[in-house]
Design a protein around this ligand. Structure first.
Ligand code: ZN
Length: 130
């Protein structure tokens, strides 16, 4: 896989389950990043390897609609990870080359304001919705 590979839902689910099963302490695992977080200064970004993308079509604007059927917000730890909705539809998927946890990343910003954000992929909140 390379960073242009679109990850279908089953592939994402496999990565999420694998991530859930990793219990070893790693430079990437504290804090656990259950919710979207601005990339912490201390995060070992060099351990991340991009393995795919959730951007379906680089040439058309993806929706900014979010998916929160249970009243969560973008920042909630329990917010669903719905790959077709914002911000997941702008994410790349990376794995830690040390422990194999998988992470979603996207860059929030416009103009001079740029905020790289990261969230750990978890099967418990991953949902397949159209
Ligand atoms: Zn790690």
């Amino acid at each position: 896989m390379d960073n242009e590979t679109y990850l279908q839902f089953p592939a994402l689910q496999t990565l999420a389950r694998r991530t859930d099963a990793v219990t070893v302490d790693c430079g990437c695992s504290s804090p656990e990043l259950d919710n979207w977080t601005s990339l912490p200064i201390s995060f070992p970004e060099e351990q991340l390897r991009v393995i795919g993308t959730l951007v379906r079509d680089a040439y058309s604007e993806a929706t900014f609609e979010e998916y929160h059927p249970h009243g969560t917000t973008l920042w909630s730890a329990e917010a669903p990870i719905a790959p077709l909705y914002f911000p997941y539809n702008r994410c790349t998927v990376s794995e830690c080359v040390v422990c194999q946890r998988a992470y979603l990343r996207y860059v929030e910003g416009g103009g001079y304001f740029v905020d790289p954000r990261i969230r750990r992929l978890r099967s418990g909140v991953l949902v397949d919705v159209a």
